[in-house]
Design a protein around this ligand. Structure first.
Ligand SMILES: O=C(O)[C@H](O)[C@@H](O)[C@H](O)[C@H](O)COP(=O)(O)O
Length: 243
């Protein structure tokens, strides 16, 4: 299993292989020691990389997985923009993960009520006051956002909610729910997957910048007591001074 840190790999396929190995190791370890593997997953390009790769792993205790969305768009569950749909279609039926162990938001509610409802879903699975995920799998947008935590947004200061509503997301669609930094930073392992040239400038800012005053959202993911991994392809890493 890879040590925590920044992993620069040639391309998306190699990232998939390495990510799959890390997820498999963490899942087996979690199931062996706690009887369950809890993971929060993201939308965007990460969905496909993760699902395609995990189909190759049969022995990761799929029956014991509990999969939450790190963030979700407030759209019907069969909508192309729905992150849950991507994971359900990508995994259920192909691996022994039960559909009811992937937790969707309720898109028929207001965004505020959907966030509260998702908080209750977390509480059904986690006994801690603040859920401790075995893994949070994150992407980063070209602007430095992660989950639905956007640069300069007031949600970066949220200290109470576990799941927050957002109705002014600069990335469409505007209505979303997101895990807050309070939850992301309690994870045992936070993993970023970032590919492509469009991410390169802010990958450098996050990993090498000194922005004490106004850090980008992705830079604020710093698990208090867990590992942090960044998987980059050579394009996303192209502006780093050390590769
Ligand atoms: O919008 C979502 O649903 C996300 O979960 C989001 O945070 C995503 O991970 C990043 O925008 C990176 O997306 P890409 O990997 O597609 O660039």
């Amino acid at each position: 299993m890879a040590e925590e840190g920044v992993h620069v790999l040639a391309d998306q396929a190699t990232i998939g292989t390495e990510l799959g190995a890390l997820v498999a190791a963490k899942a087996k370890e979690a199931v062996a020691s706690r009887g369950v593997f809890t993971i929060a997953v993201s939308g965007g390009s990460t969905t496909k990389i993760f699902c395609q790769e995990m189909l190759k792993h049969a022995d990761v205790g799929w029956e014991k997985w509990r999969v939450f969305m790190a963030d979700e768009r407030l759209v019907p569950l069969d909508h192309e923009d729905c992150n849950y749909k991507g994971y359900k279609e990508g995994l259920v039926g192909s691996v022994p993960l039960a559909a009811e162990h992937i937790y969707p938001i309720n898109p028929s509610l207001s965004v505020e009520a959907a966030a509260e409802d998702y908080t209750q879903k977390l509480k059904q699975v986690f006994s801690e006051d603040v859920p401790v995920f075995d893994m949070v799998l994150l992407g980063m947008g070209p602007d430095g956002h992660t989950a639905s935590l956007f640069p300069g947004h007031k949600l970066l200061q949220e200290r109470t909610l576990l799941v927050a509503p957002i109705s002014d997301s600069p990335k469409p669609p505007p209505n979303r729910v997101t895990l807050t930094l309070k939850v992301l930073n309690r994870a045992r392992c936070a993993v970023f997957v970032c590919t492509g040239e469009s991410k390169a400038a802010n990958v450098k800012v996050v990993l090498e910048g000194n922005e004490q005053d106004n850090p980008l959202p992705a830079a604020l993911v710093q698990p208090l007591d867990g590992e942090l991994h960044w998987y980059l392809d050579s394009a996303a890493a192209s502006q780093l001074s050390q590769q």
